[in-house]
Structures are given as C-alpha cells and as structure tokens.
Design a protein around this ligand. Sequence first.
Ligand code: PEP
Ligand code: MN
Length: 312
Amino acid sequence: MLEENGSRSRVKDLEPPSPRSEWDEYRLVARDNQEEFYGNLSTITFTIRGIEVGAEKPFIIAGPCAVHSREQTLEIAKSVKEAGAEMLRGGAYKPRTSPYSFQGLGIEALEILAEACEITGLPIVTEVTDQGKVDEVGDYADVMQIGARNMQNFALLVQVGEYAAQHGKAVLLKTGPLPKLKEVLCAAEYLAVEYDRKGRIPKIILCERGINMNDGLMRNTPRPDFLTQLRRATYLPVIGDPSHSTGRRDLVREFGSEYLNAGANGLLIDVIRNNEEPYIDGVEVCDFKQGLPAAIFAGYMESIKPRTVKQK
Ligand code: PEP
Ligand code: MN
C-alpha cells in the first residue's frame, strides 16, 4: 500500500517469513522439506513383517486393549486376522489413571502376544510405558507404542527411537492429551533424529486419539480435523483411534469413518470377543465399554474394504 508521501507502508516493507522457519524445528519429518512429498498427501512407505504401511489401502491395527489371558488374546487375534486386520494390538504394560486398576500382565502378556503372532502372522503393536522396559518390550514388539501420556516424555522418546532404529522396529506415537500440532511434530522429530543417526528411514506412525476433554457424551473428543492437519504437515503415516477418542463402542465405526474421510492412513480399534464378559479371572476388562465385539468389527472391516487413502 502506498502512503500519501509515496513511500511504502512499513508493514509491506517487512520481509515475508521464511517458509523454512515454519518447519525448521521438525525438519526431518516435515512434508514441505521433502521434494517427493511437497504439495501432495502421499506418505513414506515401509514394511513391518511384510505388511506395507503407507499404502493406498488403509491399514488396521486391532486387538484387545490389554492382554488379560492367553485364551482371550489368541481368540481375538484369530478373529481380527480373519476379518482382515493387518496388525495385532494388545497392552502388556498399561498406563492406567488409577493405581488400583489392572496394570497389565507384563512379560507374561508379551509371551502371549508372541504366540499370537506365531499363529496368525500378525505383527505386534504394544506399548512401552517407561525407560526401564524399552529393551524388554522392544524384544517382542514389531511396533513400539508410545501412549498419549508419554508423547512429551522426551527421555523415553530418545530411548525408544534409538532402540527401534537399531533393531529395525517401528514406533506408533499417540497424540498427547491436549497437544498443539507443533508439539506432536517435534515429538515425532525426537524419534526421527534417532533413525537419522542410524541412517535408517523413520518407521514412525502417528495416531490421533482425541483430546482429554468431553461434554459428557464421549470419553474424549476425537479430532479428525487435527488428523487432516497432521497429514498435511508431515509425510509420516497418520492413523485415527476411534476407540480411545470416543470411549463408546456404538460410536467407533462412525468416527473410524470420520478419520478415514479426514485422510487417515489407517485405524487403531479395540476389539473384544463376542459375548465378552466385563470381567476376566475376576479382573475388570480394560476399556470394556469401547471394545468392538469381533463380529461387529468384522462387519465394519467389510464395509471399509473399498476405501483408499487420499494421496493428494
Ligand atoms: C492404548 O492405546 O491402549 C492407550 C492407553 O491409549 P492412549 O495412550 O491413547 O490413552
Ligand atoms: Mn485402552
């Protein structure tokens, strides 16, 4: 804009912000820093036990919230495999809000997951909750999950990143309880730095799991729009978790589809057995209210078969 005296206004004279400055703090994971990914919505692709991540078809991680027993886990593993899921989830170490809640079977659960993998061939996704367990969990996991509460546990990020890069494992990073976009991307960057140090491609998957706010209807609040922003900001695959974000089995399919509409590369879904009881061996089933019975999960999988992931 020209001023009365003919000179340009100060605002116009200022240098425009450098595009680099926007992603400099997460330069390894930024979409705009990679020629191949700039201006489109494609993602890095890699395989985990032969399963392709970042492909045109959304990939589905399914299984019990927590491993409660061998019988429960093997039955669910077989069901989700038959329904077409690509990976098996199951918590061995659980980050529970209350110290009185079931904390997971630990190493016993990891052994059960290993057996489930042997039977079904499904890669194992399981959470590592603290630094002292990185080697133990890493030994069994194909994908090491970092939970929402640990998204900014930087020491854990570094250690898991280092282990995963060293041993050819992938990491599933969940979005924090109330994260800013930059905070998620920088958390992913901590992991990417470790893969970069080892000269490996960053086998990192991000997972939108809702924010810890609700207006009474849901456990949390899903943010498919946040997933869309993440897809635009990074070339890493981003999946949605309609189970933990809604906390309600009657809403899982609807919000799963919302995530897919928003461009999700895949979904993470809690599955329970058909006619599952709320207790196993006297212990309350973890996140029972959000678990999708196996038959309903199979029906949902059938309905999303024709789906492809947005690449543009
Ligand atoms: C989970 O996936 O089992 C879990 C604990 O989720 P979040 O970290 O998203 O709460
Ligand atoms: Mn859970």
